[in-house]
Ligand binder design. Structure first.
Ligand code: CUA
Length: 337
């Protein structure tokens, strides 16, 4: 053995652990949302197996034991309160437990982790497009860093699709005209697959994308390939593009410079936009509303849908914007402090 080889062997970084093998029922588990989902799945599966066996065996036993015999007259059974209460209360408790385990793991991937990296996922007939924070749009391939928290912001350009990654145990509908979200952290490196899980036309089954979960070091290499924008410079990042649209549409005329809600030292005719993202906003009528992506989108497309408290007359015209323009304006508003 030469010295170089020995050094290489000695200093070679440890190989990433292989993905856990697929079980006879489930594909490999590659994200933090997989263990709780698998837990619920296995719990319900074995719960059902045990009860199927117990009920079938008892049924067969009773069929034989109480088979009609010549010369024996059946005696009607009376009311047995204790037994009836037992078989009403026990299943109710079981169903309560099932609901609890199912709901708590559902909530885990329905709520976004603090500081999660946002990836914009656009579904269309029949492909997936992924937009990284750098503004790069990559069709049909999603590269993710192991151990990093992600928030996927999904939408559809045409019909109902569903974003489904079996290895991550994740599925969420992509709905036209609305954003939906899903969060997770990939825990294991390796390949995974995006499927569309909602019948969306003749090429639905071909609506696939590949997923690569890579180590942080490999992700650094991948990141170097991003940010090489081919559009006009001002359109290179969603934030920059959003600012351009904000200026072009003269939003500052009513909302103040940078959406600060001030105009010539007094309150501007339109409400303040800076710093409102993800905060609760009081409404002129009805309960407070969280200023999330869907609220901002609705307020641009249908300004009268929800009116902020203190602004009774709404003179803002409805803006006709394409999905990517709305995304860009929302990205820009998020940066306003
Ligand atoms: Cu998209 Cu099925």
């Amino acid at each position: 053995m030469s010295t170089t080889m020995a050094t290489e062997l000695f200093f070679a970084p440890p190989a990433p652990p292989p993905p856990p093998p697929a079980s006879w029922q489930l594909p490999p588990a590659m994200s933090d949302t997989a263990p709780p989902v698998d837990g619920v799945y296995n719990f319900i599966f074995w719960f059902s197996v045990v009860f199927t066996v117990v009920i079938t065996v008892l049924m067969l036993y009773f069929v034989v034991k109480y088979k009609r015999k010549p010369g024996v007259r059946p005696e009607p059974t009376g009311h047995f309160n204790r037994l009836e209460i037992f078989w009403t209360v026990t299943p109710s408790i079981f169903i309560g437990v099932l609901f609890h385990v199912g709901y708590s793991s559902y909530i885990k991937n329905a709520t976004a982790a603090e500081g999660a990296t946002e990836i914009r996922v656009r579904a269309k007939k029949w492909s997936w497009e992924f937009e990284y924070p750098s503004g790069d749009r990559v069709p049909s391939e999603l590269v993710l860093e192991q151990g990093r928290a992600y928030k996927m912001i999904l939408s559809s350009d045409d019909v109902l699709h569903s974003f489904f990654i079996p290895e991550f145990r994740l599925k969420r509908d992509a709905v036209p005209g609305q954003y939906s979200f899903i969060q997770f952290t990939p825990t294991v490196t390796g390949p995974a697959q995006v499927f569309c899980a909602e019948f969306c036309g003749t090429s639905h089954s071909g609506m696939l994308a590949s997923v690569k979960v890579v180590t942080p070091a490999e992700y650094k290499e991948f990141e170097k390939t991003l940010g090489k924008c081919v559009g006009t410079p001002e359109e290179c990042t969603p934030t920059k593009y959003g600012e351009t649209l904000f200026v072009k549409n003269a939003c500052a005329t009513c909302h103040g410079t940078g959406g600060n809600g001030m105009l010539g030292g007094s309150k501007s005719p339109g409400p303040k936009l800076a710093g409102i993202y993800n905060t609760m906003q009081p409404m002129a009528t009805g309960p407070e509303v969280k200023a999330d992506e869907n609220y901002i989108r609705e307020s641009i497309l249908r300004p009268n849908a929800k009116i902020v408290a203190g602004y009774t007359t709404v003179q803002m015209p409805a803006f006709v914007m394409k999905d990517d323009q709305l995304d860009a304006v929302i990205a820009y508003l998020k940066t306003l402090k």
